[in-house]
Design a protein around this ligand. Structure first.
Ligand SMILES: Cc1cc2nc3c(=O)[nH]c(=O)nc-3n(C[C@H](O)[C@H](O)[C@H](O)COP(=O)(O)OP(=O)(O)OC[C@H]3O[C@@H](n4cnc5c(N)ncnc54)[C@H](O)[C@@H]3O)c2cc1C
Length: 517
């Protein structure tokens, strides 16, 4: 799959604007199209900023495609006055030094962050598109192999390179997700983190350019190093990060079961019972992880990953899930066995390639528990998150229910709530804005908000604690700093680093700006 196919192309941006009423750009200025109906595409020219945005933004925030009170929508594009494409630390430092000390700077790596804060930026800003920093270098160290990843590298590139070196890392599922953008916002790997920790927990070195243009190499001894692994885009520009690689043999294999459902009640029942299996059989056993996904396309996907410490028979382990589906008379749509880290790491690439829109609109929200979830929490997740998520209204949406904990809980503390959670649910609301009317888009966002508001009312359920799985551009309903950064102490540490490293708040386009600015 060509990753550029995943993006909002110039053609789809124009077509999408025509069909959906999502704002369209005329020339290089931001203009608003108030068309809310399908019709002939308007005559329009895209300026360089708009071309760039169409290429680099994987999606736009669902909040940004909502109509205003007068029924019009605001254009979604970058507002920055300049976009630079540096190719080295020296060039980044030179750009930073050449700008007035108050000029805001935004960094873009893979372009997948759901609020799009850095992609959109503002009219005073200079964007650093770091996509040209593609180096991936391996080196031997006393405790194994290290890999240094440039800040333009995306997961497809890293996974292929790591495979060639017989290694494994807790990578994210999206082939085009930026490795640095993921690590700086608390990224988690549903398949691998229970054995390998969070990717940020495997970081051992980092090269950054500071707000005054100084290039520094950070190690875990530096407080800034830790702060970067959760709030990085608010503090400095990352040139590269070095990670401690694991051996490919840490993953023994995986079993993926895909069942179909017709009625939402079946999805609720399957998820409730399979979560009980997760609680009883998977969570007490660090040699296994389980992810249950409920999709708007009416599939139930249960992926069990077995690590090197697993001693049983994999098919036997997942038998209760097979029996559960059979007892509910759910059809088996597919069954796959993966025998390597690479197969699991690359498994979702073709699925993600199908997620396209004109433009694609999204929001990310998560909830979870720090300890084994109570039955009341599991019932709630089944009845409300699975039962009421806008899966019919926004058909590309998914609910993902995952085990965390394991190696994450034992690894170094970094500023993300992911470190503390054992059980994780996320609601990815995803739809083609071009195919939805203004009223439908409003309804999808309202249904999402309703589910998340209900989550907030449940005792023991943390909400929006994951930097990569929360929607910071929600108006008046976003996460709090102590949750998203893992603790009040971490949030204070980040605020102190912000004051020290970026007193003029140049790096203000990070998703958590309101917490640290
Ligand atoms: C299809 C898909 C699959 C995903 N899968 C997962 C998953 O499995 N697990 C998970 O946890 N998350 C996942 N995510 C969420 C994803 O990890 C986050 O959105 C991540 O922040 C995206 O990083 P990016 O580099 O692609 O985006 P960008 O928008 O380029 O960057 C994200 C943020 O990091 C900052 N940043 C990027 N590079 C630098 C730099 N060099 N220096 C300073 N700041 C920088 C940006 O300013 C921005 O604030 C997924 C998202 C999508 C769309």
């Amino acid at each position: 799959m060509n990753d550029s196919e995943n993006r909002i192309s110039r053609r789809t941006a124009i077509k999408g604007a025509a069909v959906s009423g999502v704002g369209l750009i005329v020339g290089s200025a931001m203009a608003e199209q108030s068309s809310t109906q399908a019709g002939a595409p308007p005559e329009a020219m895209m300026g360089p900023n708009d071309e760039w945005f169409a290429q680099r933004a994987w999606s736009v925030s669902a909040n940004k495609v909502l109509p205003k009170a007068d029924g019009t929508t605001t254009a979604v594009t970058t507002l920055a006055r300049r976009i630079e494409h540096p190719t080295s630390a020296e060039e980044i430092a030179a750009i930073v030094k050449s700008l007035p000390a108050t000029t805001p700077i935004a960094c873009v790596c893979g372009g997948h962050e759901s609020s799009g804060a850095a992609l959109v930026a503002n009219r005073d800003a200079v964007i650093l598109d770091l996509g040209a920093l593609k180096s991936i270098e391996f080196e031997s160290a006393d405790d194994g192999t290290l890999v240094t990843v440039g800040s333009g590298v995306v997961f497809r590139e890293l996974v292929e390179a790591v495979k060639a070196h017989g290694g494994a890392l807790p990578v994210g599922t999206g082939p085009g997700v930026g490795v640095v953008g993921y690590a700086l916002n608390g990224g988690l790997s549903s398949y691998f983190s229970r054995r390998l920790g969070l990717l940020g927990q495997r970081a051992v070195r980092m090269t950054v350019v500071t707000a005054n243009g100084e290039t520094r190499v950070l190690t875990p001894k530096d407080e800034l190093f830790t702060a970067m692994l959760g709030a990085g885009s608010a503090l400095a520009i990352v040139v590269d990060i070095t990670f401690r690689m694991a051996n490919a043999s840490v993953v023994k294999g995986a079993e993926q079961l895909v069942f179909g459902f017709e009625k939402r009640a079946q999805a609720v029942e399957f998820s409730r019972k399979s979560m009980q299996f997760m609680k009883d059989r998977v969570m007490p056993n660090d040699s296994v992880s389980l992810e249950i996904v409920v999709t708007g396309t009416k599939a139930l996907v249960a992926t069990t990953v077995f690590y090197d410490t697993f001693t049983g028979i994999t098919a036997e382990f997942v038998k209760p899930l097979v029996e559960l589906a059979a007892s509910m008379k759910l059809p088996t749509l597919a069954r796959a066995e993966w025998t390597s880290w690479y197969q699991a790491a690359a498994a979702l690439w073709p699925v993600i390639a199908e997620q396209k829109g004109q433009p694609l609109a999204t929001s990310y929200h998560c909830a979870g528990t720090t300890a084994t979830p109570t039955d009341a929490v599991l019932d709630f997740v089944g009845d409300v998150v699975v039962g009421e998520a806008p899966l019919d209204e926004a058909e590309m949406s998914i609910v993902e229910i995952r085990t965390l904990g394991g190696a994450i809980a034992q690894g170094p503390r970094i500023p993300t709530g992911n470190c503390d959670h054992a059980f994780f649910v996320d609601l990815v609301t995803l739809f083609d804005a071009g195919a939805k009317s203004a009223a439908q888009r409003r309804e999808i966002v309202a249904l999402t908000n309703r589910v998340i508001d209900k989550c907030r009312a449940v005792p023991d359920l943390g909400v929006d604690f994951s930097g990569t799985h929360s929607q910071p551009d929600d108006v008046d309903r976003s996460a709090v700093a102590a949750e998203i950064f893992g603790s009040a102490e971490m949030a204070r540490m980040i605020a102190a680093q912000k004051k020290k490293m970026d007193p003029d708040n140049r790096f203000r386009f990070n998703p958590f700006a309101k917490f640290v600015g």
